[in-house]
Write a protein that binds this ligand. Structure first.
Ligand SMILES: Cc1cc2nc3c(=O)[nH]c(=O)nc-3n(C[C@H](O)[C@H](O)[C@H](O)COP(=O)(O)OP(=O)(O)OC[C@H]3O[C@@H](n4cnc5c(N)ncnc54)[C@H](O)[C@@H]3O)c2cc1C
Length: 454
């Protein structure tokens, strides 16, 4: 139902903290909202709901149509303004998904991020998980990925992962943090102040590690995994400030699973399809979460990584701005704007405290797979790019096959860009088809075409 003089719908892509907040804020202003999310239930990554519980914990206000199990697989600008959003609804691997196209003049992108893994010898063995995957399994289904697990990488996200694994009954053999975060926070205390709400949470995790006698080691990483059919042990090593291994510090540790997470990479496919400008790999937004494209707003991890709280605040600001564009007359969301400012300060401080240093490249051997889908080892990637002087993402993909497989560079793209010196890593996400669709689905006659704003 639209309020007087308000055209709809606002289309929100993503049902995580940012997308839900955007949908709620716009709907409260009387605007019709379509909330599209690929998950079966609302909540995104942070509020990942137990898919076996069968009951959605989140309620949305009247005026929001929630399309679960729905992907936006393409996005087109419409001449004269607005965008046409192409949807497919139905379980991803199942037959009989249905197609729909929706026109909108106010689009909110809240597609979140992927977690980043760095390659190392043996990372393609069964038993090596991304920290996010292990977290999703533990939180979503209560599944533990192993009995004796190491959590390694960089960033505060390693702590909730260790907590969830412990809650799921796994023995966590240690949390290995590659950075030296304490020194970084002490050097720039302003960032810590901006994120003060998070520090209570961190203290809780520290207490949990102490209670379960889980060691937390700084400047340490898993630099190799060993095993025949699956992980049986790993090599850990102390790192220099640039992340090269300290000679002689290597130790072999028995483990049947290892979870690695090196921060997050924003999921920018739909933002790039809409033509939005990026800044440092994230979608560039102004104070009202407006992107460089009129009528397109972005919120959450897409614009910077600061956690669920700031993502929700950005979502609220974006939802209000989108509703205003369609004719609503809102008061400025002052509290949310304040939380957004603090969140941006915290996100910048996080990025400085947990940078990914170049020394990880020295962990690789020539036969370490960099692109697992196309099975491209590091040595072959280096040789093919050097011999053929491949300079851009497209050329690197064509000469090496890296990024051409099933994940389309979502996992290997940032690492391949780093290893080959390609400047524009986000170009791996430039694809006209944002999510997998079957050829049969593409061949179907298009659904009746609505105009933006109808
Ligand atoms: C695997 C993983 C697990 C995480 N777990 C935690 C955790 O336990 N605790 C924590 O503090 N932080 C966690 N994070 C960090 C977390 O993502 C954020 O702090 C928070 O969830 C960000 O909110 P968001 O709304 O920006 O994005 P998200 O919560 O990621 O929501 C984005 C939503 O967009 C949907 N989407 C994306 N593209 C499309 C498309 N083309 N079509 C339709 N829908 C689409 C996704 O399915 C998702 O539901 C996790 C991150 C990842 C990647």
């Amino acid at each position: 139902m639209s309020g007087p003089g308000v055209a709809g719908p606002v289309v929100v892509i993503g049902g995580g903290p940012a997308g839900m907040a955007a949908a709620r804020a716009a709907a409260r202003l009387g605007v019709r909202v379509l909330l599209v999310d690929s998950g079966a239930m609302l909540g995104g990554q942070y509020h990942r709901q137990n898919s076996l519980a069968g009951r959605d914990l989140f309620a949305l206000p009247p005026g929001v149509e929630h399309l679960p199990h729905t992907v936006v697989w393409a996005l087109e600008p419409v001449p004269g303004g607005g965008h046409r959003v192409h949807l497919r609804t139905g379980p991803a691997d199942g037959p009989g998904r249905t197609g729909r196209e929706v026109g909108t003049r106010a689009l909110v992108l809240a597609t979140g991020a992927y977690d980043r893994a760095l390659p190392f010898p043996g990372w393609d063995l069964p038993g090596v998980y991304t920290a996010g995957a292990a977290q999703a399994l533990a939180k979503g289904q209560g599944v533990r990925v192993g009995e004796r697990v190491l959590v390694a990488g960089t960033g505060p996200f390693l702590l909730p992962v260790a907590a969830s694994l412990t809650a799921a009954g796994a023995g966590v053999a240690g949390v290995l943090e590659a950075a030296e975060p304490v020194t970084a926070w002490l050097r720039r205390p302003a960032g810590a102040v901006a994120g003060w709400r998070k520090f209570g949470e961190l203290a809780g995790y520290a207490a949990l590690l102490a209670r379960h006698r889980i060691p937390y080691r700084r400047r340490t990483a898993v630099v190799a995994a060993h095993g025949t059919d699956r992980v049986e042990a790993v090599t850990t090593a102390r790192l220099t400030p640039g992340w090269e291994t300290v000679p002689g510090s290597e130790r072999r540790v028995e483990a049947d699973a290892v979870c690695v997470g090196f921060g997050f990479v924003p999921q920018v496919e739909t933002a790039l399809a809409a033509g939005c400008a990026l800044d440092g790999g994230f979608v560039a937004v102004d104070a009202a979460q407006a992107t460089s494209v009129p009528g397109v707003f972005a919120a959450g991890e897409l614009t910077g990584v600061g956690g669920a709280g700031p993502a929700a605040a950005e979502g609220e600001v974006a939802g209000v701005a989108a509703a205003k564009l369609l004719g609503a007359r809102p008061a400025p969301p002052a509290a949310a704007l304040r939380r957004v400012r603090a969140g941006r300060g915290f996100a910048a401080a996080l990025a400085r405290a947990y940078p990914v240093r170049d020394g990880w490249r020295t962990w690789l051997a020539d036969d370490t797979l960099v692109c697992r889908c196309e099975e491209v080892p590091y040595g072959e990637l280096r040789r093919s790019v050097q011999e053929r002087e491949a300079l851009g993402v497209r050329a690197v993909k064509l000469v090496s096959r890296a990024g051409l497989g099933q994940c389309q560079g979502r996992v290997c793209g940032p690492n391949v860009a780093c290893l080959t010196g390609v400047p524009d890593a986000a170009a791996f996400a430039r694809r006209p088809i944002a999510s997998p669709v079957r050829l049969g689905e593409l061949a179907e006659p298009p659904p009746a075409e609505p105009e933006p704003g109808t």
